[in-house]
Design a binder for this molecule. Sequence first.
Ligand code: MF3
Ligand code: CO
Ligand code: CO
Length: 254
Amino acid sequence: MLPSVYAPKDFKRLRAAGDVVARCFDFIAPNIRAGISTNDIDKMVAEWLRANGARSSTLGYQGFPKNVCTSVNDVIVHGIPSDQEILKDGDIVNLDMTVEYKGFHGDASRMFMIGNVSAAARKLVTVTHDALMAAIAVCAPGVPLSEIGKTIESVVLPHGFSVSRDFVGHGIGKVLHDEPQIYHFYDKRWDKVKMVPGLVFTIEPMINAGGDKCKIDPDGWTARTADGCLSAQWEHTIGITEDGAVIFTEKQFD
Ligand code: MF3
Ligand code: CO
Ligand code: CO
């Protein structure tokens, strides 16, 4: 049995944790603009989480030093917020926020476009979102996990984009990273593993405008495209229900 299979009463708590992520995003979103530093974003997130009884699951995770990952332009994932990094007109930035609330984790990332963004960058951001939502739409009991990667590839490859192969989605719940690994490209090994009601995991495709290869900065975290092309990512935490999937990291309560 996969470890990240949860009972209906746990789904309530996963909804509550995901709701915290969505509300924190909604709180910071109007402030994400040219002239602020990525560390300003980190401070906003830290303060909001503290005021709302939640904590960042990334702060201190395997030594990660900040509350949120901030991945600008060619950074694929795991950018570290910094006072020196100032957002400027035309940037695209991914904010990846993972919180623990009452013992359960929620994990989501969104793209933000700063000022006047090129048509090419805008298309990458939009197509990556389309790929995530299309993948969520195929999730249901009995569906092989390999359908996720297959669906993502069917959306992004026709545009000439590539799928980063170095990072995966993951089971999540009482711990941040759990089995199963979720591949964002087709891998036939996952044809055999079928989704079951109660399974909780993230889908978080990282899509590059050029090649799929990455390189890691000397800080040991920041993963960039090897060829310097733009990269985009969107992420949700979802749970498999009797007839489909529910997205936890959208606002759950009015
Ligand atoms: N939120 C990331 C994920 O999607 C986890 C980042 S771990 C960190 O899995 F240490 F880099 F923050
Ligand atoms: Co994440
Ligand atoms: Co994740």
